[in-house]
Design a protein around this ligand. Structure first.
Ligand SMILES: [Fe+2]
Length: 189
């Protein structure tokens, strides 16, 4: 085996069920409850109340066995529950890739948005089933469920990209998505 073919991962098939939004074989699943989103919603009191009121699951991430190491290409499916906290739509924590590498998201179910921020400029991509959102290197990214059903998407990303969640706490995301009568609107952070 050539030295760049890194054990222990060998070529294998992944069954992608777009309807069920599953990947098989399964790797680790990450579940984020409201309490894990400390400091991210604008209304801290409303966030604290939601934690006290049962600390609901906000999103989960199901991955395949491909490891998050340099040169591998992991995949995962994220499912964000529908909901708002003081009018702000439920979302992922958001992160920056410390190694500044790109990533793609493919929307599978529901109605979502891909919010990106480079420290100055904010970009928003409407995500409906079939949309691929491209995240260029250097853009922090967060997914938001702006619909009434779970919003689910497939992510494919470089295994060495890393996840810097602190960047978002420090720099924000530029905008926030709020529920309004006919959908959502973006407001200043
Ligand atoms: Fe990412």
């Amino acid at each position: 085996m050539p030295e760049f073919a890194t054990p222990p991962i060998s070529p294998f098939a992944i069954q992608f069920d777009a309807e069920a939004a599953t990947l098989t074989p399964e790797g680790p699943t990450l579940t984020r409850r409201m309490s894990a989103l400390d400091g991210l919603f604008k209304d801290h009191d409303a966030w604290q109340q939601a934690v006290a009121d049962g600390d609901p699951v906000v999103y989960s991430v199901q991955s395949t066995p491909v490891p998050e190491v340099d040169r591998e290409l992991p995949q995962s499916i994220t499912s964000i529950e529908a909901g708002t906290t003081a009018g702000e739509f439920w979302m992922t924590k958001g992160h920056q890739h410390p190694n500044h590498q790109g990533e793609i998201y493919l929307a599978l179910h529901g109605t979502g948005g891909l919010l990106m921020f480079d420290g100055t400029e904010t970009q928003w991509i409407d995500m409906v089933p079939g949309t691929i959102g491209y995240i260029p290197p250097g853009w922090a990214h967060r997914s938001v469920n702006v619909g009434a059903d779970p919003y689910k998407f497939l992510a494919v990303y470089p295994g060495g990209a890393g996840h810097d969640y602190g960047w978002v706490l420090e720099h924000g995301m530029g905008k926030r998505a709020y529920a309004v009568t006919d959908g959502f609107e973006l407001r200043e952070f």
